[in-house]
Design a protein around this ligand. Structure first.
Ligand code: SF4
Length: 408
């Protein structure tokens, strides 16, 4: 096995392994209280949220937080009362009923992972690629996560069962050229479990690309240890792509940059996808610093996602107009490859579209003269062709609280 890494010294203390970071993680309100991350008042206030949404924060990520409710790192990690979905006015419930067939737009399966599931742990939406849901474990449970319901109350639906049926499906579906390893976080698997899986995929000749979607470079850069880097550096029958998930420039720490640089040495292609999040990164200054930093680290920021309709994440929503305007303003500031496409995943598994294209048109707008009240709009979107569906028009109902929650 080639050893191309030892000449690089790790910035982490020698004994600070990724397993130790996980063991020392803060996993409930008491842990956060005991480590002085939240106050007694906050712990009492949030108690009734109980175990609704899992908490896990690595000591590494916790150290990036400032002791302020406005801290963009803190908001991504610490539970909030805003995770209670708000009651909607009647015009919004009626519109949701009309467009989505349910009284609220949020949905436990917002992008259709389950709707397009073809065997346990595998989703096959587009003809040439499929998604393997390896684990419901993450080094950190992000408050905005689009799989928040799958990682909590619906965990059994997506993550139960062995991988054997999914691997058999992959062997037989010869049209699949790319497999996306996701979760949760696929790099929460041990090195030996990952190696076993990569070897199994290696034996499937039509799989030409393995894409790993992981937030470890952000929340636990220690994960990219020499054994893992060596594993990724082996000679595989497929190309490897790692898609990281940086949302804010504060996350691009020396440790994170070091891990990304190490990954580049393995020859792996590095991409990043971010989510546009109200109060966290919805400003030109923040996004341009983030994307420039990623680009200069050798990571292409290829997607900026419009938030999905996930329960417990309403307070993070922004309007499509705001997102379009922000990305438009990035164009003049950043070099072309550093500007991501702004993407919407059409609910119920109808696939992704670019919000910078003609695939979306506003149909109706709900503007309220009181800016502290909900606003929204209905759009017509043209869904792409997928494995089961032709390109077709759909309606998309967007709803957002423009001024209840302050912008950054
Ligand atoms: S690491 Fe990814 S899958 Fe896990 S909670 Fe965060 S956003 Fe969700």
């Amino acid at each position: 096995m080639p050893t191309i890494f030892p000449q690089i010294t790790s910035p982490h203390a020698p004994l600070e392994t990724w397993q130790q970071q996980l063991l020392q993680s803060y996993c409930n309100l008491s842990d956060l209280l005991n480590h002085g991350i939240i106050s007694t008042e906050e712990a009492t206030k949030w108690k009734h949220l109980g175990e609704k949404f899992k908490v896990r924060i690595t000591p590494y990520y916790a150290k990036l937080m400032k002791n302020s409710e406005k801290c963009p790192i803190r908001k991504q990690a610490i539970p909030s009362l805003k995770e209670e979905d708000p009651p909607l006015p009647s015009w919004a419930t009626q519109t949701s009923q009309e467009v989505y067939g349910r009284p609220t737009p949020w949905d436990p399966d917002p992008i259709g992972d389950l709707q397009k599931r073809v065997a346990p742990r595998i989703t096959h939406r587009y003809t040439h690629r499929a998604i393997l849901h390896l684990s419901s474990f993450c080094a950190m449970y992000c408050r905005f996560c689009f799989r928040k319901s799958h990682l909590n109350d619906n965990e059994k639906n997506l993550y139960n069962g062995s991988l054997e049926p999914a691997l058999r499906y992959l062997q037989n579906a010869r049209e699949i050229r790319e497999i996306i390893l996701t979760g949760g976080d696929p790099l929460s698997l041990t090195d030996s479990a990952l190696e076993k899986l990569l070897k199994q995929i290696h034996e499937i000749p039509h799989i030409r690309t393995v894409r790993i979607h992981s937030r470890m470079a952000v929340t636990l850069p220690h994960r990219f240890s020499v054994p893992l880097l060596s594993l990724l550096n082996q000679k595989w029958n497929f190309q490897l792509v790692l898609v990281s998930h940086f949302n804010h420039p504060y996350e691009l720490t020396p440790e994170a940059i070091h891990s990304l640089s190490q990954l580049r040495r393995t020859g792996i292609t590095l991409l990043n996808q971010s989510v546009l999040l109200n109060g966290i990164n919805n400003s030109v200054a923040c996004l341009s610093t983030l994307f420039q930093g990623l680009y200069e680290t050798g990571v292409i920021p290829y997607y900026l996602h419009h938030p999905d309709w996930t329960p417990g994440t309403f307070h993070f929503r922004v309007s499509i107009e705001e997102g379009q305007k922000l990305v438009g303003q990035l164009r003049g500031r950043l070099t072309g490859p550093a500007v991501p496409d702004y993407i919407l995943d059409i609910p119920q598994g109808f696939g992704k579209i670019s919000l910078l294209s003609s695939e979306i048109k506003k149909e109706t707008e709900f503007r309220n003269s009181d800016p502290s009240l909900l606003q929204g709009a209905i759009y017509t979107v043209t869904a792409p062709e997928t494995r089961e569906t032709k390109a077709s028009p759909h309606r998309y109902f967007d709803l957002y609280p423009p001024s209840i929650y302050p912008q950054v």
